[in-house]
Write a protein that binds this ligand. Structure first.
Ligand code: PXG
Length: 459
């Protein structure tokens, strides 16, 4: 069969039976989707034979790059020993023990215990139940409210989708669940108005203080936030934001939950985004980079403060069949070995991080770019109709972002569109040469997008 026949066959079968995540199936099937048939290092190949630079590391997760044989071998070894056993009924197994021990070693010092789950959404659902259970165990059952932020992403289960601040998710299936309160996000470029970034950082942090005062500290269980919002558009808070949140919480009895599902495992140039921003969370959901996406595994890191209470509170009626699944744990352990042995976190901090950041920020000179920002290896380009104005936006938000994203794919670079911004979060193994290709393709994409917008009368 020719490439196009192969693709047509795949597409027809996919269209007939497969409901995709976060997709309008009618329009997806009309258009036909990309069939990814191979992946190696920073690259994916589609069924048409295109070789495409994976600027999104799969879905913010393939930190060690695609196709590492060592993970396959570790998985095969574990399959041959114990392919599955549960951790519910007074049982454990060597990979769960070793991974929990390793996580205690590499996470910040307050974390010595982990609750395993299968995904970031499950981690955040676990956080909701665990934070409330913690306060109940301390004799404060009224502390149930979780404060999170508009435009946050914490998953798409009932709990994770409720904690997240995406109105599109809330509009379906009866979300949010009760007891979740959303406050402003620290998105200076989009919402900072006339304030300087530092002024806006303080303003956004003090929205937390205001909410606590309104709701009452005696009713609040936790503040939940991504150190940098990922799916919300790589929103890097102004330098004043996290120190002010820290001050506000230091004066109050409220748990801090740092959702490290994207920012964990080297993405920001430290093992965890909490370290990059100097925060000390009480609970820390993790997933994605824990196994570099090779197999689905996540967890909640539980600080000594919380664990010491939970351990006196009897049974926590919570868990999943695949909590600490031995094969996923073996994959995660091997992934952590690679991150450590190849010094990939240090590489993001001292080498490829600063290298790509300087090239990426160079794109700010393009007429379409209002801001080019990046921390570690997660970055965004804000596309605007008029560079001179931060407040002027394209009509019909999202249209220009989607046009640019599609042009980027045509240029063999995966970028993700969020509203009218373009996002990247490449593998931490990205080479300097690949960084140059990435930035050159992004610039070409900007040029072609500009021409297309003019053609469509949108510029
Ligand atoms: N927390 C954060 C911070 C995330 O980014 C989750 C929780 C949920 O993880 P699971 O494993 O349940 O998907 C995420 C996931 C996107 C996109 O389009 C981002 C995520 C997932 C799917 C799509 O940017 N992040």
């Amino acid at each position: 069969m020719t490439n196009s026949n192969v693709t047509a066959d795949y597409r027809a079968r996919d269209a007939a039976h497969h409901i995709h995540a976060f997709s309008d199936m009618k329009s997806l099937n009309a258009e036909g989707c990309r069939v990814v048939v191979r992946a190696e290092g920073s690259w994916i190949w589609d069924s048409e034979g295109n070789r495409i630079l994976d600027g999104m590391a799969g879905l913010w997760c393939v930190n060690i790059g695609h196709g590492r044989k060592e993970i396959a071998e570790a998985v095969q070894r574990q399959m041959g020993e114990v392919s599955f056993y549960n951790t519910f009924f007074k049982s454990t197994h060597p990979p769960a023990i070793a991974l929990a021990e390793k996580l205690a070693e590499i996470t910040p010092p307050q974390f010595n215990r982990v609750f395993f789950v299968g995904s970031g959404s499950e981690a955040n659902d676990t956080v909701i139940r665990m934070a409330r259970h913690y306060w109940t165990s301390l004799g404060k059952p009224d502390k149930t409210v979780l404060i999170a932020r508009h435009n946050a992403y914490h998953g798409s289960t009932l709990g994770g989708g409720s904690l997240g601040g995406m109105s599109s998710i809330h509009s379906q299936g009866g979300l949010p669940i009760p007891g979740i309160h959303h406050i402003a996000q620290p998105y200076w470029f989009g919402e900072g108005g006339e304030m300087s970034p530092d002024e806006f950082g303080l303003f956004a942090a003090r929205e937390l203080e205001k909410a606590i005062d309104e709701i009452g500290e005696d009713r609040i269980a936790a503040f939940v936030a991504e150190p940098i919002q990922g799916a919300g558009g790589v929103i890097i808070p102004p330098a004043t934001y996290w120190p002010e949140v820290k001050r506000i919480l230091a004066e109050r009895e409220i748990l801090l939950v740092a959702d490290e599902v994207i920012t964990g495992f080297g993405r920001t140039g430290n093992w965890f985004g909490s370290e990059t921003f100097g925060i000390e969370p009480d609970l820390m959901p993790i997933a994605k980079g824990l196994s570099s996406g090779y197999l689905p595994i996540g967890g909640v890191m539980v600080s000594d403060k919380v664990a010491d209470v939970l351990y006196t509170a009897g049974e926590f009626h919570h868990g999943f069949t695949y909590s600490a699944h031995p094969v996923t744990a073996a994959a995660a352990l091997e992934n952590l070995r690679i991150l450590e042995d190849e010094k990939l976190v240090e590489r993001v901090r001292n080498d490829i991080g600063p290298y790509l950041q300087s090239r990426w920020r160079g794109l700010a000179d393009h007429p379409l770019v209002g801001e080019a920002r990046m921390t570690g290896l997660m970055g965004a380009l804000e596309l605007v109709p008029n560079k001179a104005s931060r407040t002027q936006k394209f009509a019909d938000t999202g249209k220009v972002g989607t046009i640019a994203r599609d042009i980027s794919l045509g240029n063999n670079l995966v970028m993700r569109a969020v509203r009218d911004s373009l996002i990247i979060a490449p593998p931490l193994t990205l080479s300097h040469e690949e960084a140059e290709i990435l930035v050159a393709s992004a610039r070409k994409t900007l040029d072609e997008t500009q021409a297309e917008l003019k053609r469509l009368g949108l510029l």
